[in-house]
Design a protein around this ligand. Structure first.
Ligand SMILES: *Cc1c(COP(=O)(O)O)cnc(C)c1O
Length: 461
């Protein structure tokens, strides 16, 4: 039994006029979003594009972004009081759903003691110890404030450690928005249709080589030519920023082999997959260990945090013990650490990931069933509580090219039908979806009923 579930009564008490589901949960009313619309118009006056992160905009699906005011368990409630089953989970962190009592308690307890000290706390050691215990390749870990900061620092460390400049990344993988990584970046950049960003000098990206994901030959070819100059390879061990694309084990094995052979540092960017797909991250599933791992999202319990860690020999190069500079005013924020610690305690309860995997699998098999009933070509990928849906094919999707071949019109129809039937998905076909532990069979059934409506609409178009 996983502790601290939300109660359903709370959800209903908190919503004054639910417009999405009728009493039977089958027939759907047209939802009103006038308040969201009003807020969006206001936001556009003061916030570029009306959002503080481009993935929140509806550029990839059309229409205007919703504004939310509340979350509870698996539900999100928007400014107009519409209730949605949430498969975004704040883009990954909320693996326990919204407002999990253990997380709230931990935050409240810390709040009463102080928000931050700009000095060390015992809880920082506790969380570092826990991370090292669960993620086997990590011997020492440094906390930062975001995933972007973690990957940026990890790359600087790899360069400092090897005294080399070149780095390798993979097409469709996203590692945050540091200059040298915005080369054919995935996710947000893909949706907007600008693979590169303005403002990034070409001198910054010249040192970044982009290779196709899951292509072992390309990796071997690259290392034959540039192995000796390569500081590191950074990779999402399960790609989650071009929808969801699991690795071929041989791909990760070749990366490990080539990095060892050439004395390059292998970085697994597990900002999304860490504590999401398994307690030990993607590396524990595939049995391939990196030299450095980057973390974020789940480890902060929903608060701003990031981390990078790995072999002690490498980590020692970071200031103050070493000469690779890295620092942060809010690093190890007591509030974020308290939330993260509570999160790690709950997810390390026995059976947590098995149950999450089972729920997600039921959702995936149900979606495939509903698609096939509606005669819509459709396939899914899933690892643990992380999933992806593809609309043009019944074949397995394993590469960036295959992701790009997925039908964006079908996705747009699907997205909007799901939305108006009470299911909130990421507004882009390049995002992975997330199931939380707060989702129950009831929400999954409702999601499947909404999906039936959506698949029929796709067929009609
Ligand atoms: C989200 C993400 C990042 C960036 O993290 P931020 O906290 O948004 O800076 C980096 N890498 C991966 C794999 C991610 O999913």
């Amino acid at each position: 039994m996983i502790t601290g579930q939300y109660t359903k009564k709370d959800v209903y008490n908190n919503v004054k006029s639910p417009t999405c589901f009728s009493a039977k949960g089958k027939k759907f009313k047209q939802m009103k979003t006038s308040k969201s619309q009003e807020l969006y118009n206001r936001a556009k006056n003061f916030i570029p594009g009306g959002v503080n992160s481009p993935v929140r905009a509806f550029k990839g699906v059309g229409g205007n972004p919703l504004f939310f005011k509340e979350g509870l368990g698996p539900y999100l409630i928007d400014a107009d009081e519409n209730r949605y089953i949430d498969y975004v989970g704040a883009f990954g962190p909320l693996i326990l759903g919204h407002r999990h009592e253990r997380i709230l308690e931990a935050i409240e307890t810390q709040l009463s003691k102080g928000i931050g000290f700009g000095a060390s706390t015992e809880a920082e050691i506790d969380i570092a110890e826990k991370i090292c215990k669960h993620v086997h390749s990590i011997e020492a870990v440094r906390l930062v404030t975001s995933g972007t900061e973690a990957t940026m620092s990890a790359i600087r460390l790899a360069r400092g450690f090897t005294n080399r400049d070149k780095i390798v990344k993979f097409e469709g993988c996203y590692h945050g928005h540091a200059d040298g990584l915005l080369v054919k970046a995935g996710s947000g950049a893909l949706t907007i249709g600008e693979p590169d960003s303005l403002g990034v000098p070409s001198a910054y990206t010249e040192l970044t080589h982009v290779l196709p994901y899951n292509d072992t030959e390309a990796v071997e070819e690259y290392f034959d030519a540039h192995g000796e100059d390569t500081a590191c390879v950074i990779v999402e061990p399960i790609a989650g920023n071009m929808n969801c694309v699991p690795p071929d084990i041989s791909f990760l094995e070749v990366l490990r082999e080539q990095c060892t052979l050439n004395q390059s540092v292998l970085i697994f960017d597990e900002v999304m997959t860490g504590f999401r797909v398994a307690l030990g991250g993607a590396q524990s599933i595939y049995g391939v260990l990196p030299d450095i791992t980057t973390l974020g999202k789940v480890i902060g319990g929903g608060l701003p945090i990031g981390a990078f860690g790995g072999k002690a020999e490498i980590m020692e190069k970071i200031a103050p013990s070493g000469a690779v500079y890295q620092a942060g005013t809010l690093s190890g924020s007591p509030i974020a650490v308290a939330a993260g610690l509570a999160m790690l305690e709950v997810v390390s309860e026995i059976g947590f990931y098995e149950e999450l995997h089972k729920k997600t699998k039921l959702l995936m098999s149900g979606l495939k069933e509903r698609a096939s009933e509606a005669n819509v070509p459709f396939t899914t990928n899933q690892v643990g509580g992380m999933f992806g849906c593809f609309f043009n094919t019944n074949e397995k999707v394993t590469s960036f090219k295959e992701v790009m071949a997925s039908n964006s019109e079908s996705f747009q129809t699907y997205f909007h039908e799901m939305l108006s039937n009470g299911v909130y998905l990421a507004p882009s076909m390049y995002e992975a979806g997330f199931v939380s532990m707060a989702h129950t069979m009831e929400e999954i059934e409702k999601t499947l009923d909404a999906a039936s409506v959506a698949f029929r609409a796709i067929k009609k178009n």
